[in-house]
Design a protein around this ligand. Structure first.
Ligand SMILES: Nc1ncnc2c1ncn2[C@@H]1O[C@H](COP(=O)(O)OP(=O)(O)OP(=O)(O)O)[C@@H](O)[C@H]1O
Ligand SMILES: CC(C)(CO)[C@@H](O)C(=O)NCCC(=O)O
Length: 390
């Protein structure tokens, strides 16, 4: 089995780590591009690569107070949705599905009920049942995104940060002054949600030009074999070779009357129409850069417009498209800064791709309170009540 696509422990690029100790509360977010897993293990071991235990990375904070209560480890893993059989094998091999809600009065057969969100919770329900005997307990994707974002923002120390001119700055989250905010989740497609409180939100917009567009078009145009290869390429490229700049139209001059400098992109990929070049004449790295810039810029602009619509000053960006990639974050942040004239702020999340899966994980609190959920709910009273209301 190729475990190379899975990531455990911290959300970075650390190698998959075989969990030890008792595993429980496996939650899944099965999206159009990626399957995300979050689960808990009671082991207090240390991550091989970072030397940190995830108890530390879970750091239980409330009202800026630290609660060292959780004896264990939160694990994060991901698989490409097209490699769902690797994911099933990983769950099976590590028996992740057997520890569901441990302390509920349930028969052993009921214990193989796993919280799951995302479209794949519907699409692959039969496959999970057939291959692992798991019944997927479906949680709404938007509910999970918001619950996950609130949990991570309030519970994880240094979860949110701004990114400008190559500088990452962690944002101190004031629990009493978090709402309202705009949550922009950039997955295969993009969802934009106005969040007003725990479980209080509205999906105000979305766009079909998202992470799937970048990876899909990028793959066709560059022949890259993986998403990370495409990102790596974009790092080395120069978008000005393909993008038509204001200066290209205005003979090298700014169009200052309307606030456009000569280096502003007037038309993404615009040079490709005026050149008599073929696709093969362009360097894949330049194409990748242009594409990344176009999509990030577009999402940044639509996000700003929605923030403006509702008078929101804070925009948190999540979803695996971002991938902690400097150029992506920089482009989004610059777009938000540019269009809002510095009024609105783009912020990013360390566990960007795991919002939905974290929300599904927290939803175990709705089905009954076992030890872990009691501890979490004591620290985060905002989590769903056992009665299931939000
Ligand atoms: N290893 C990877 N393989 C494929 N895509 C990746 C990878 N890493 C990051 N991505 C990017 O992340 C996007 C998927 O993000 P995410 O997992 O948040 O969304 P999703 O849940 O799959 O999509 P949706 O919510 O729209 O169903 C991809 O479209 C791609 O742009
Ligand atoms: C369909 C979902 C919600 C699936 O996660 C996502 O891919 C999305 O928000 N797409 C954008 C759809 C739209 O609003 O145009």
């Amino acid at each position: 089995m190729d475990l190379g696509v899975g990531e455990l422990g911290t959300p970075g690029n650390s190698k998959p780590h075989q969990p030890s100790g008792q595993i429980s509360h496996l939650a899944l977010d099965i999206g159009g591009s990626l399957i995300k897993l979050v689960y808990f293990s009671t082991s207090d071991d240390v991550d091989d690569e970072t030397g940190r235990s995830a108890t530390e990375s879970l750091s239980v904070y409330n009202g800026n107070k630290k609660y060292p209560v959780l004896k264990g480890r939160l694990h994060f893993a991901k698989f490409e949705t097209t490699k769902i059989y690797d994911c099933l094998e990983f769950i099976q091999k590590n028996q992740l599905h057997l520890g569901g809600c441990q302390h509920l009065e349930a028969s052993p057969i009921d214990k193989a009920v796993i919280k799951a969100t995302g479209g794949g919770a519907y699409k692959y329900a039969d496959l999970f049942q057939e291959k692992l005997g798991i019944c997927l307990d479906k949680e709404d994707e938007m509910d999970c995104l918001v619950a996950g974002a609130n949990f991570l923002l309030k519970g994880i120390h240094q979860e949110a940060f701004t990114y400008m001119d190559g500088q990452k700055e962690f944002v101190q989250i004031d629990h009493n002054d978090l709402y309202p905010y705009l949550l922009v989740n950039i997955g295969s497609g993009v969802s934009m949600l106005k969040v007003d409180g725990d479980g209080k939100f509205e999906r105000v917009s979305g766009t079909n030009v998202g992470g799937g567009t970048f990876w899909g078009l990028g793959r066709l145009l560059t022949n890259c074999k993986s998403f990370d290869e495409l990102l790596e390429l974009s790092h080395k490229g120069n978008n000005r070779v393909i993008d038509m700049l204001v200066g290209d139209i205005y003979g090298g001059m700014d169009y200052s009357k309307i606030g456009l400098s000569s280096t502003t992109i007037a038309s993404s990929f615009g040079k490709a129409i005026s050149d008599s070049k073929e696709l093969a004449d362009y360097r894949p790295e330049d194409i990748a850069r242009s594409l990344l810039r176009m999509i990030s810029n577009n999402i940044g602009q639509i996000s700003y417009l929605n923030a403006l619509r509702f008078g929101l000053k804070r925009i948190f960006f999540g979803g695996f498209f971002i991938r902690g990639h400097a150029y992506t974050m920089d482009t989004i942040a610059v777009a938000v800064h540019f269009w809002s004239k510095g009024e609105a702020k783009a912020m990013f999340l360390r566990h960007e791709g795991f919002l939905g899966a974290s929300g599904a994980f927290m939803s175990y609190g709705k089905c009954g309170l076992d030890d872990l959920m009691v501890q979490l709910i004591q620290q985060f009273p905002f989590t769903a009540s056992p009665a299931g209301d939000t």
